[in-house]
Design a protein around this ligand. Structure first.
Ligand code: AHM
Ligand code: MG
Length: 346
């Protein structure tokens, strides 16, 4: 069997190698990522045994070992906060599960990085043994202030300022995919359970420029505007020359849908709809879901848009703001954007 290039490189080695190329690196960032990886290994272990032990169920129940039972998303959130708060590299954190900024307790040292995360994305799939994931995004705070309370303005930065982003996918195997931006590319690592190590399995991932797969919750069709309907109708229409109809693939876990399209090519969309007046701009969150995946896809040669312009250029005004998301193969997303902007009629 042909040996894949790079097999045997651990994620730690890889991060260190990347940091060596950066003369300003202090090791702070390496420490940060390493600790996040430990948290993800713990989450992966719990996700894997979710069907075996009574960890699922409502928060607060007592299981057979007389332990307090937690929902997996609550558990994942706690693990990340507990592991990351003491390392001395963060000034604060943002989680999809917490309404406000998560401060670093005063007993721990602080640093200049901000960690944003969605601890367990794909909540509707947690209880049914379908792939879910953890998404992360890392920024440097705008000033190197040492104040205890970090103002929100330090955190509300456009996605293009991210210094690293990626995700862990808890699927048939557990993977980590990450980028440090600036042309460093996207790299994938697979967790070898017997070693407890993430080993390089997908070096320099490139997403196909154009594909034949679309991923969307089409049950929302009648809540969409005419442009969105026209776009999805276009994907489904028969036309040999342009390779249509496209194939539809939708897991309902953003990380899983994104990951498949990253490797095989495709467009994922979660557009605006009029289903819920409280969420007029769609369901997904800009800072913990769209931005990190937008940086990953860009580094892999793809594109992410909100239907008007690049996701990475959006200046956020709120921690939990939502955004329409069109992400994946560059040509397909560019077409979607042109349609949404009214520049192209299908
Ligand atoms: P969550 O953060 O509550 O898990 O919601 C985000 C998830 C994404 O993983 C996925 O792409 C989307 O919601 C699916 O939504 P829907 O069930 O409306 O198709
Ligand atoms: Mg989510």
């Amino acid at each position: 069997m042909e040996k894949k290039q790079g097999v045997g490189i651990t994620i730690t080695q890889h991060i260190l190698n990347q940091q060596r190329g950066n003369p300003d690196a202090t090791g702070a960032f390496t420490t940060l990522l390493n600790e996040l990886i430990v948290a993800a290994k713990v989450i992966s272990r719990e996700v894997n045994k979710a069907g075996l032990v009574d960890i699922l169920g409502s928060t607060g129940r007592i299981n057979v070992q007389n332990e307090r039972v937690q929902k997996l998303d609550v558990f994942a959130n706690q693990i990340i906060i507990e592991r990351m708060q003491h390392i001395g590299q963060l000034c604060c954190m943002v989680s999809e599960e917490n309404a406000d900024l998560i401060e670093i307790p005063s007993r721990f040292p602080k640093g200049n990085y901000v960690l944003l995360f969605d601890p367990l994305d794909g909540s509707s799939n947690i209880d049914v043994n379908v792939s879910i994931g953890t998404i992360f995004s890392i920024y440097r705070r705008k000033t190197s202030g040492s104040d205890n309370e970090v103002p929100l303005s330090e955190v509300l930065q456009p996605g293009k300022n991210q210094v690293a982003a990626g995700y862990f996918l808890y699927g048939s195997s557990t993977m980590m995919v990450y980028t440090t931006g600036n042309g460093a590319g996207v790299h994938g690592f697979t967790l070898y359970p017997s070693l407890g190590e993430f080993l390089l399995s997908h070096e320099l991932i490139k997403i196909p420029e154009k594909a034949k797969t679309y991923s969307v919750n089409e049950g929302n069709y009648h809540y969409w505007d005419d442009k969105t309907k026209a776009l999805v109708d276009f994907f489904k229409a028969r036309d040999k020359e342009t390779g249509r109809p496209y194939t539809s693939r939708y897991v309902g876990s953003l990380v899983a849908d994104f990951h498949r399209n990253l490797l095989k090519g495709g467009i994922f969309l979660y557009p605006s709809d009029n289903k819920d007046p409280k969420k007029p701009t769609g369901k997904l969150r800009l800072m913990v879901e769209a931005n990190p995946l937008a940086l990953v896809v860009k580094e892999a040669g793809g594109y992410a848009s909100d239907g008007h312009g690049p996701i990475l250029e959006i200046e956020p005004t709120e921690l939990h703001q939502r955004t329409p998301l069109f992400i994946g193969s560059k040509k397909d997303v560019e077409l979607a954007e042109a349609v949404m902007k009214g520049q192209t009629r299908l």
